[in-house]
Ligand binder design. Structure first.
Ligand code: NAD
Ligand code: UGA
Length: 465
């Protein structure tokens, strides 16, 4: 079976870039990305590709090349389902905020809606691909929903989790470490697996395309994120000990990372990991383990989140302590609001929680981020419901110039590792601040020695220098 028509439900941070790359690499396949969110689709279709809703280095160029040729963005979900041979489900699967499993389980409301809609609309056989990150055994629930339609249409369900990281999505999609495809061992299941393998084989070497059963594939995605987040929490757990003992976390990370069994990646100490997935996927893993009665397994992974929460709080508390135990009425400049560099995504960004903590102490915060607009900063704070939108607007100002953010500030907090921060005129910033001018570098990004030579007091994570 050769695939020539693909549809993807969900035009977000995964659906958009993933389908753009499939369209680029497979000009013989028509790729239609659909979403209920009209504004988002309109932005994907904006004639100026700089206005597409996801910022990823290299993405707008690919969209410019493929859009209108074999890449389409639409709100007509039903037409796209009807036309496609293969349907990727790439909708959001956030942590449940209500009912059983609240605060831990994945909310599968949108997945179920997609399954029901596919079942209702499909008139011929379809391959359904789980691209969203899902709890292990979700495919059986989807199968249950779609096989009881009585329409006589046959569906195959594949699990094909996405491993891209935001900020490097285009490189990750172009040359992934691996592509994972889980399918049924039945002959029909294997035909479906082969069809998806052939799509990826247009640009990915066969040996990098792994095939497994559906459940291994679903669980591997949660496991991969849990292991990555665990490394960040592991290194962060030692930052406090470094600060007590005069060891330096960067030196420790370098020393352990050169052991090839440990490896150098994901050992960067920080104010804490953010992003839409690490926390939600670990909470989901914890929930699944508990639901099988596996208490020790659940507790083990939950600790990764506990450590991350501690790190965010610790950073904010250190700032307050260092600012003579009061930030009331003091201007604090935030450099960065996104959860990491090279993305406009702010979901679960550590900056939100640090701001929340400082606002409790009545600080005046001034935020600058090169890619995050003002409305997003307020939306993030309002979502916490710690205080009213009016109070958030009063306590936080968002500015478009970093020098304005820092002017007359008592302190600067570096919360995202944007490269441009390194190249600022730091002497000018120093001159414009109240003294002693302090920098709390939550990313260990800046050259602390150079800044100290100017006169700044600098605190890095996991270092007493
Ligand atoms: P997102 O919120 O950016 O996008 C999801 C989109 O789906 C939204 O635009 C929403 O409007 C749309 N949608 C929801 N229900 C719909 C429906 N019934 N019909 C049509 N559209 C619908 O989410 P995302 O970051 O792209 O993540 C999607 C999935 O991929 C999640 O399961 C996530 O865990 C997983 N994932 C994300 C990343 C990442 O870096 N963001 C990486 C790997 C995996
Ligand atoms: C992560 C995974 O890396 C992807 O493989 C996965 O597909 C994705 O989650 C997902 O499922 O959503 P992402 O969250 O986009 O990708 O970004 P990461 O690069 O993993 O960074 C996550 C957070 O950890 C960021 O806040 C980052 O600053 C922080 N981090 C990362 C550190 O603090 N230290 C490090 O050494 C690495």
């Amino acid at each position: 079976m050769s695939i020539t028509r693909i549809c993807c439900i969900g035009a977000g941070y995964v659906g958009g870039p993933t389908m753009a790359v499939i369209a680029k690499k497979c000009p013989h396949i028509k790729v239609t990305v659909v979403d209920l969110n009209e504004q988002r689709i309109a932005a994907w279709n904006d004639p100026d590709v700089n206005n597409i809703p996801v910022y990823e280095p290299g993405l707008s160029e690919v969209v410019a090349e493929a859009r209108g040729r074999n890449l389409f963005f639409s709100t007509d979900v039903e037409a796209a389902i009807d036309e496609a041979q293969m349907i990727f489900i790439s909708v959001n699967t956030p942590t449940k905020t209500y009912g059983a499993g609240k605060g831990q389980a994945a909310d599968l409301k949108w997945i179920e809606l997609c399954a029901r809609q596919i079942a209702r609309v499909a008139k011929d056989d379809k391959i359904i691909v789980e691209k969203s990150t899902l709890p292990v055994r979700t495919a059986s629930a989807i199968r249950d929903i779609i096989t009881h339609t009585g329409s006589g249409v046959h569906f195959q369900i594949l699990s094909n989790p996405e491993f891209l990281a935001e900020g490097t999505a285009m490189e990750d999609l172009d040359a992934p470490d691996r592509v994972l495809i889980g399918g049924d061992s039945t002959p029909e299941g294997q035909v479906a697996v082969k069809a998806l393998v052939e799509v990826y084989a247009n640009w990915i070497p066969q040996e990098r395309i792994l095939t497994t059963n559906v459940w291994s594939s679903e669980l591997s995605k949660l496991t991969a994120n849990a292991f990555l987040a665990q490394r960040v929490s592991s290194i962060n757990s030692l930052t406090e000990l470094c600060e007590k003992t005069e060891a330096d976390i960067s030196e420790v990370a370098r020393a352990i990372g050169t052991d090839s069994r440990i490896g150098p990646k994901f050992l960067k100490a920080s104010v804490g990991f953010g992003g839409s997935c690490f926390q939600k996927d670990i909470l989901n893993l914890v929930y699944i383990a508990r639901s099988y009665g596996l208490q020790e397994t659940a507790d083990y992974w939950e600790q990764v989140i506990i450590m991350n929460d501690h790190q965010k709080k610790r950073f904010a508390n250190q700032m307050i302590k260092n600012l003579y135990n009061t930030v009331n009425g003091k201007k604090i400049a935030f450099l960065g609001w996104a959860f990491k560099k090279d993305t406009n995504d702010t979901r679960e960004s550590a900056a939100i929680y640090v701001a929340d903590h400082l606002l409790y102490e009545q600080a005046d915060i001034s935020v600058y981020d090169p890619k995050v607009p003002e409305r997003q900063v307020y939306a993030d704070l309002d979502y916490l419901v710690s205080r009213s939108p009016e109070e958030n607007k009063k306590g936080v100002k968002v500015v478009e110039d970093p020098y304005e953010a820092c002017k007359d500030a008592h302190a600067i907090a570096v919360l995202t590792e944007w490269e441009e921060f390194k190249n600022y005129d730091w002497q000018r910033i120093y001159d414009s601040m109240l003294k002693p001018a302090k920098i709390f570098d939550g990313r260990n990004l800046l050259d602390a020695e150079k800044l100290r030579a100017i006169g700044f007091q600098v605190r890095s994570i996991g270092s007493t220098l």
